[in-house]
Design a protein. Structure first.
Length: 461
């Protein structure tokens, strides 16, 4: 076959398969778009953009480069193409032999894989969630060491603010209630609230025997320096801030404390007084919850989108289910592996469900498409699958290994969050490869009921 016909054939047969795989991968990444955290949504958009660019580069730049090489830099044979190297024949033989063994023991292998998946999903519930930002950093960082020394000296570097609003905050009734709230926060939460600072507390420190009244408080505030006064009350004197110096808490206990504090403030406020818990600690708690939460939702959305996309393309329920089934198993394997390795979920590893679906679906679709091509040639189910894995298994293996090589750099990062993300990603890519070459072949063969061709409709690929 001449080199120009070779590339036309490549576009005709591989183009649709790779395009379908890309679309399915994008649908898997689309699950990240629903995250309430902008950084996760932007991460999904970046992955999608990179995937499209890579597809176009392979479609245009790679094939053009090969065409130029074939036309101008090869010693042409009588058939008008470069000779194909045979160095990887051994790999094809190994993959074919593995597939033959897998098909011969398909029920045992699928049973073991399902058992591991069930155990993995159970173990996933035992995997912790790490939300302490300080643990993500190198522990010998000078700034981190210094802030811990400062915390040992001061007792607390974390704060919550209670914003108190009212039309008449300087009335005796309001001032007494503010002082009750300040003292109550310290007494009701002694293990967490180390000190509470408010305008009434400042007044009591300056004038221990002074009476809390409008006139006294007005004089006291007037005598405070402007820069100091603005930290506690606004110019209209209708909004004041109470600062709570709290012990350092992880995200879960912090959220529990904020909920308890809100409940305490709701029962302590006056009718004409509005109290709101705010501050950086509240924002951090909400952010970390949003980052690590929604893992199950993102995973289910990703699986659902890939299934619906393949159903639309193939018009076949079975052919839409086949690529998704092995990937669903990997999600359980991943959770089990994290449990065994003692790796907690972090804002990065929480996105792994969508990444697994995106990366793994590409492998399964390419293998499935090639299988149906071999079936169209009249091969039996087993021989078609053995031939398929032998041929398409090499590029799938190469793709997985290059991806693993790229992510391996993260394993050497000084930042724990990046290092663990790299480890989990390497594991999941390996699982995707194993699932594609071990789980998918027997599943397809078991679902294919025709003796001469697949019962499922075959695409133009």
């Amino acid at each position: 076959m001449r080199y120009d016909k070779i590339f036309k054939t490549t576009y005709k047969h591989m183009g649709p398969s790779v395009l379908i795989a890309m679309v399915a991968t994008i649908l898997g990444f689309t699950a990240l778009f629903v995250s309430p955290v902008p950084m996760i949504a932007e991460f999904g958009k970046t992955l999608t953009l990179g995937l499209v660019v890579s597809f176009l580069a392979a479609l245009i730049i790679l094939t053009t480069s090969l065409h130029i090489r074939d036309k101008y830099f090869c010693d042409h044979t009588e058939t008008g193409s470069c000779e194909i190297p045979q160095e990887t024949k051994w790999l094809e033989m190994v993959l074919s032999r593995i597939t033959r063994t897998v098909l011969a023991r398909k029920y045992l292998i699928l049973g073991l894989c399902l058992a591991v998946t069930v155990w993995g999903f159970i173990s996933d519930g035992k995997v912790g969630i790490q939300t302490d930002i300080e643990t993500f950093m190198p522990q010998d960082t000078a700034e981190l060491v210094q802030i811990r020394e400062l915390r040992d000296l001061m007792g607390s570097t974390d704060q919550l603010s209670v914003m108190i609003q009212g039309d008449d905050l300087l009335s005796t009734k309001s001032l007494l209630r503010i002082e009750e709230i300040r003292a109550g926060a310290e007494s009701d939460f002694p293990d967490i609230v180390q000190s509470a600072v408010s305008i009434t507390g400042l007044y009591r420190e300056a004038l221990p025997d002074g009476e809390l009244s409008r006139a006294n408080m007005s004089d006291f505030l007037d005598n405070l320096p402007m820069t100091h006064r603005k930290l506690f009350i606004d110019e209209t004197r209708q909004t004041t801030i109470m600062t709570l110096n709290i012990a350092r808490l992880e995200n879960g206990p912090l959220r529990d404390f904020i909920a308890d504090l809100n409940q305490y403030l709701e029962s302590s406020s006056l009718i004409d007084m509005e109290l709101t818990v705010t501050g950086k600690a509240v924002i951090d708690a909400e952010m970390m919850t949003a980052l690590t939460g929604g893992r199950l939702e993102m995973t289910l959305i990703g699986i659902g989108l890939v299934f619906l996309g393949l159903l639309f393309i193939y018009r076949s329920i079975l052919k839409a289910v086949v690529p998704v089934f092995p990937i669903s198993l990997i999600i359980g394997w991943s959770g089990g592996a994290m449990y065994l390795l003692g790796i907690d979920y972090t804002p990065l590893t929480a996105t792994m469900g969508a990444l697994i679906i995106g990366i793994g679906t590409e492998f399964t679709i390419l293998l499935m498409e090639r299988y149906f091509e071999e079936r169209e040639k009249g091969l039996s189910k087993e021989e078609a699958m053995i031939t398929t894995v032998g041929k398409i298994g090499k590029p799938i293996l190469a793709s997985a290994l290059t991806t693993i090589g790229g992510f391996s750099a993260l394993v050497f990062s000084d930042f724990l969050i990046l290092r663990e993300f790299g480890i989990v990603t390497l594991l999941n890519i390996t699982f995707c490869l194993i699932s594609s070459l071990i789980v998918l072949p027997p599943v397809i063969v078991m679902l294919d009921r025709k003796k001469t061709q697949s019962v499922l409709p075959v695409s133009s690929a």
